[in-house]
Design a binder for this molecule. Structure first.
Ligand code: HPA
Length: 278
């Protein structure tokens, strides 16, 4: 994607391609990260498209992430699901990893739920808990809006209310209904891919973070630039370095995500039902 015009034309191509694949026209989309993908088991699938077929989308490589876009209904709600995402730590630039959000905006998506796996910093958290993102701290060292500017959208985007209050409330309600321990908190994003040091985890806690992860913030910022309402949900797959008594591993993160997947799938379905009721 060499410039803004190429990117816009690719967004149009992706959006037109999607419109040809299904008659459904969801205005709600979700990005399912590690631990959340079982939500698809509750979905009435109309069409499933590998990212490789979609103009501008990158194929997704990290284990635990399989790159597919699915259009269908979930809990009665027409929805586009992005199953898996690319991460900044894989070496792509911000334009590339946030392209799907711009394509969804072009398509007509107005509300977006971003999910992820995260390490717990707040001492109340236990592995398997959920955290509804109230706000974020961007320590990725980059801003996804850096660059020549995108035609038709503001450059200096207000981030006072990144995470939409009414969707946050629906997530809390879904937690109560499905009896999953669900907290509210601040998500701090780092670039990764190494996990943090214990000193970093202590520092992030003092900065006000409740959980730490390596995704979501770039997509949330770009979505706000496009005028899309955003919600964010973390599965606390492990306790942060130094809080946890054992060394961290990607396997541990995936194992906890796997253990919680049935409950989380029910949570996401319940959220969609609540959302559909308005
Ligand atoms: N740190 C950063 N990212 C993560 C973690 C963590 O402990 N767990 C899952 N994603």
């Amino acid at each position: 994607m060499s410039n803004a015009r190429d990117s816009h034309s690719l967004c149009k191509q992706a959006s037109n391609y999607l419109k040809r694949q299904s008659r459904l026209r969801p205005q709600f989309a979700m990005v399912l990260g590690s631990g959340f993908q079982a939500a698809l088991s509750h979905m009435d699938v109309d069409v499933e498209i590998p990212y490789g077929k979609l103009p501008g989308f990158l194929s997704v490589g990290v284990s635990g992430h399989v790159g597919r876009l699915v259009i269908g209904t979930l809990g009665g709600l027409p929805v586009i699901v992005l199953k898996g995402r690319t991460h900044y730590y894989e070496g792509y630039d911000m334009d590339q990893i946030t392209f799907p959000v711009r394509a969804l905006s072009e398509y007509g998506i107005r509300n977006l739920l971003l999910t992820n796996a995260a390490g717990g910093i707040n001492r109340k958290f236990r592995p398997g808990d959920l955290m509804v993102i109230e706000d974020h701290i961007n320590l990725m060292g980059v801003n996804p809006l850096r660059g020549p500017g995108v035609f038709g959208v503001p450059r200096f985007v207000d981030l006072t209310d990144v995470y939409d209050e009414s969707m946050r409330n629906l997530l809390i309600q879904a937690g109560k209904k499905t009896k999953l321990r669900t907290f509210k908190g601040i998500y701090l994003a780092v670039s990764g891919p190494s996990y943090e040091t214990p000193a970093e985890i202590r520092a992030y806690g003092r900065l006000g973070a409740d959980a730490v992860g390596m995704s979501t913030v770039p997509e949330a910022i770009v979505a706000r630039q496009c005028g899309i309402k955003v919600a964010g949900l973390s599965c606390i797959t492990n306790l942060g370095a130094g809080i946890s008594k054992t060394p961290l591993s990607h396997q541990e993160v995936l194992a906890m995500a796997e253990q919680q997947k049935t409950k989380i799938a029910q949570f996401i379905k319940t959220f969609c039902e609540l959302y559909a009721k308005g």
